[in-house]
Design a protein. Structure first.
Length: 346
């Protein structure tokens, strides 16, 4: 449990945001005026490895705990926002094939949103974690104008997550699979070297964004290639998984191999954003993940490279913005809460 910091008590009705992760649930409270009552991570064990029943009980515990911490009476809560890792349907039914976090058979096809709703007796609004983070990034970036603006967010981590937000709301799609930005295939011209193999993704596609712009892409595709170009590099003697994780530190020190790899990632994201420019023409192009936690000079170079690789028309350049999004450790819970607040207000 985190060291308690000052928290506010609610001035109006509220919604609760619950972010379900592989080891922890993170919880927050958002009041009707748009103020978060908690300014730090509040975590409880998620117990997802113990199966759905224990995990839903753990979510209910996280809910009660955050109300107690913020001195919020249960009667003030109008709705609960929930996010989990995907893949899941738009209404929170875990994939029939399970997933990395939900691999027990009892999870396959489990309606986690419905189960929590029954447990709490309150409406539960579901988003996958990438979409929840994108929604929070959007609202944080635009503030009071959020419901009048659109954005695309790419979040670089083990994979490439993110989402598409239109008029302040996540585009979730018919099957809940909109905004799977990592698996959008991109033109590789200008991204890869002439003799570089076409990168493959775990999803079965070749040359999608995640095959380049993710930690997995570095490990499986980019670093093995670039080490053939820099055979004497110190990372050549490390196991590839460890070397991939160490690469950002080299990038911050302007190591040529690392800059070659991260330059390819930034150009791949630029290609994705160019597709977005012609598809939904968003007001903002948001970038998050590990790169945002890097040294300021390095992350600015990365963002600039993304921007230079995004081909916008003059009319778009006049209205579009590019930005890094921070506070991503709380983004899931906060985005889930924002979605619940908008649902209540709608
Ligand atoms: Zn893919």
């Amino acid at each position: 449990m985190d060291q308690p910091e000052p928290v506010r008590t609610p001035a109006s009705w509220v919604v609760v945001g619950l972010d379900n992760g592989g080891t922890c649930n993170n919880a927050t409270v958002l009041d009707a005026t748009g103020q978060f009552l908690v300014d730090h991570l509040v975590e409880n064990p998620s117990l997802v490895d113990d199966g759905p029943e224990s995990a839903v009980t753990a979510l209910a515990d996280a809910f009660r705990n955050i109300l107690e911490l913020t001195s919020t009476p249960l009667t003030l809560v109008r709705a609960v926002g929930l996010d989990t890792p995907g893949p899941a349907s738009a209404t929170g039914v875990i994939s029939s094939k399970g997933s990395t976090n939900f691999n027990q058979v009892s999870w396959h096809g489990f309606d986690i949103r419905g189960a929590l709703e029954a447990e709490l007796g309150l409406p539960v609004v579901y988003n996958n974690d990438a979409n929840a983070a994108a929604l929070y990034a959007h609202h944080r970036h635009f503030g009071d104008d959020a419901m009048k603006r659109s954005s695309i967010a790419a979040i670089v981590g083990t994979g490439l997550g993110g989402g598409v937000v239109e008029s302040g709301r996540v585009v979730s799609g018919a099957a809940g699979m909109a905004g799977e930005l990592g698996h959008v295939q991109i033109p590789l011209h200008g991204v890869l070297e002439p003799d570089q193999p076409i990168p493959a993704c775990n999803c079965g596609f070749e040359g999608d964004v995640e095959s380049v712009a993710s930690l997995t892409g570095i490990k499986n595709n980019l670093l093995p290639y670039w080490l053939t170009r820099f055979p004497d590099h110190p990372l050549a003697t490390e196991p590839i998984g460890k070397a991939a994780k160490l690469l950002r530190g080299y990038g911050e020190r302007e190591d040529p191999l690392a800059l070659a790899v991260f330059g390819q990632q930034a150009r791949a994201i630029g290609k994705l954003f160019t597709i977005a420019a012609n598809f939904t023409d968003p007001h903002a192009y948001l970038l998050g993940g590990g790169v945002v936690e890097a040294a300021p000079q390095f992350r600015q170079w990365f963002l600039n490279t993304v921007r230079e690789s995004t081909e916008l028309r003059r009319e778009q350049l006049a209205v579009a913005s590019f930005a890094l999004v921070a506070d991503l450790d709380m983004a899931g819970a906060r985005g889930a809460a924002v979605a619940a607040l908008e649902r209540v207000k709608a």
